[in-house]
Design a protein around this ligand. Sequence first.
Ligand code: ADP
Ligand code: MG
Length: 253
Amino acid sequence: MSVMVDIRSVHKSFGPLEVLKGIDLTVRTGEVTVVLGPSGSGKSTLLRTVNHLEKVDRGVISVDGVLIGYRRTGDRLRELPEREVLRQRTRIGFVFQNFRLFPHLTVLENITEAPLSALKRSRREAVDAARRLLERVGLADKADAYPRQLSGGQQQRVAIARALALEPKLLLFDEPTSALDPELVGEVLDVIKDLAHRGTTMIVVTHEIGFAREVADTVVFMDDGRIVEQGPPGDVLERPRHERTRAFLSKVL
Ligand code: ADP
Ligand code: MG
C-alpha cells in the first residue's frame, strides 16, 4: 500500500519548551490512524505540522510524496515557497474541536466557500457537491440554516462536509467530539466511521477508545512529545507494552 504521510525525526519547540521530541510516523493510503495521549503531549502540534500550520524545527514531513516540512540541504533547512504550501494545504482537510464554521454564512455557503475561491469551481458545481455532502452527513434539510441554529453535533457534521468539499487526500481531526454533549458524540463518530469505510485516509486525535478499537488501523500513544507506542488497536489497547500507555488507558477507559 502506498504511503500518504511520512513523518521523520520531527522536532518542534516553542521557545525553550520542546513539544515534539523526534516523531516518526507513517500513515498508509486508505488507513485510519488514531492518536491518543494526555493533554499537553503534543498531539495538536503534530497535526498542525502535518497541515503546515506550524513549521517544524528539524525533520521532514511528506504528504502524498510531496515534502511539506523543511528540507535539509547540507546544514541548511530550505523552506517551501508559500504558494506550494497553500496548494498542499488545500488538499488536507482539518476538522477542529470547536468546529470553526463561519458564523455569518449559511451551512451551504460554509461548504461552497472554499471550492469557489480555492478550487475555482462554478457555483452550480459547488452547490451540487455541497448538497450531496450534506445528504451524506444527514443534514440535507439544514442547507439554509446558520451555524448558531444548529446543535454542536450538527455543526461538527457541517464542518466535516466543509472539509470534504475540497476533496482532500488526507483528513485530520483534532478531538472532533471533545466539545460535544455526550449524547451528540455518536452522530459525529458515525460520520467519521462512514468515511473510514469509504477508504478515506485520516489521522484522528481523540479520547474515544471504543472508536479507536473499531475503526483504527493503527493506534499511536503519545506522551511528552514522543510516540511511546504504536501498532494495531488489538496490541496497543488490549496489550500495551509500556507502563505509561497502561496508566493512560486505565484513566480513559
Ligand atoms: P495536546 O494537543 O496533546 O494537548 P499540544 O500540542 O496542544 O498538546 O501542546 C503541547 C505543548 O505545547 C503544551 O505544553 C502547550 O502548552 C504547548 N504549546 C502548544 N502550542 C503552543 C504555542 N503556540 N506557543 C507556546 N506553547 C505552545
Ligand atoms: Mg490538543
